[in-house]
Design a protein around this ligand. Sequence first.
Ligand code: AMP
Length: 212
Amino acid sequence: MRIVLLGPPGAGKGTQAARIIEKYGTPHISTGDILREAVKQKTELGKTAESYMSKGELVPDSVVIGIVAERLKNPDCASGFLLDGFPRTVAQAVALDETLKENHMELDAVISLEVDEDEVVRRLSSRKVCSKFGAIYSTAGGAVAPETCESCQGQVITRTDDQPEAILRRLQVYKDQTEPLIEYYSKAGILKPVSATGSVDEVFSRVVEALS
Ligand code: AMP
C-alpha cells in the first residue's frame, strides 16, 4: 500500500506511523526523521536544514523533494511505503506525483489526521522525545517524563521546534502551505479524513477502517 500521512504538527503522525508500519509492513519514510538525523550527524544537508527547522520553517522544496525521490528508488519501496510529513507543500505533492508516475506507481490513500488547534498546542507544549530514536513522552496533565528513554536510555529532551515560538510558527506554516493539500488530495479522490482525538488505539482503529 502507498500511503501519505497528512496532518498538523502534533496530530500524532509519528505515533500512528509506527502502528501503521507494524500492521502493514511498509517502510516508513519520515522527512522530519531524515532531516533530524542529518542535523545530528552534522552533514551538509543537516547544516542547511537546521536553520529552518529550529525556527519552525519548512526546509526548501528543492532539498526535500530530492531526498524523497532518492529514497523512493530504494527496492524496499517497490511494494509500498508510508510517507510521514511529506508532502507539505503543493509543489512537493506535484513532484511526488511526477516521481510516482515515472515509476508507474500511484498513491492509494492520503490519511488526513484532524485535530483542533488548541489540542495541537497543548500536545506540542507537553511533548518530550528521546534524542536517540524519537520515542515520544508527554508531560500533559502533570505527568512526569523520564530523564532517559525507557527503551534505549537515550536522553529525553524537548525538540527545539517544540519551543513556544516555533510551535506557533509551525502552525502558521501548516495553515499557509500544507493545508491546501487537503483540497489537492480531495480532488484526486484519495483523501481519507480521520479524527485524531481520543486514545492512540481509537485513532488507529479509525485509520485501519479508512484504509480498508
Ligand atoms: P516533523 O518531524 O515532520 O514535524 O518535521 C520537523 C521539521 O522538519 C519541520 O518543521 C520542517 O522544518 C522540516 N520538514 C520535515 N518534513 C518537511 C517537508 N516535507 N518539507 C519541508 N520541511 C520539512
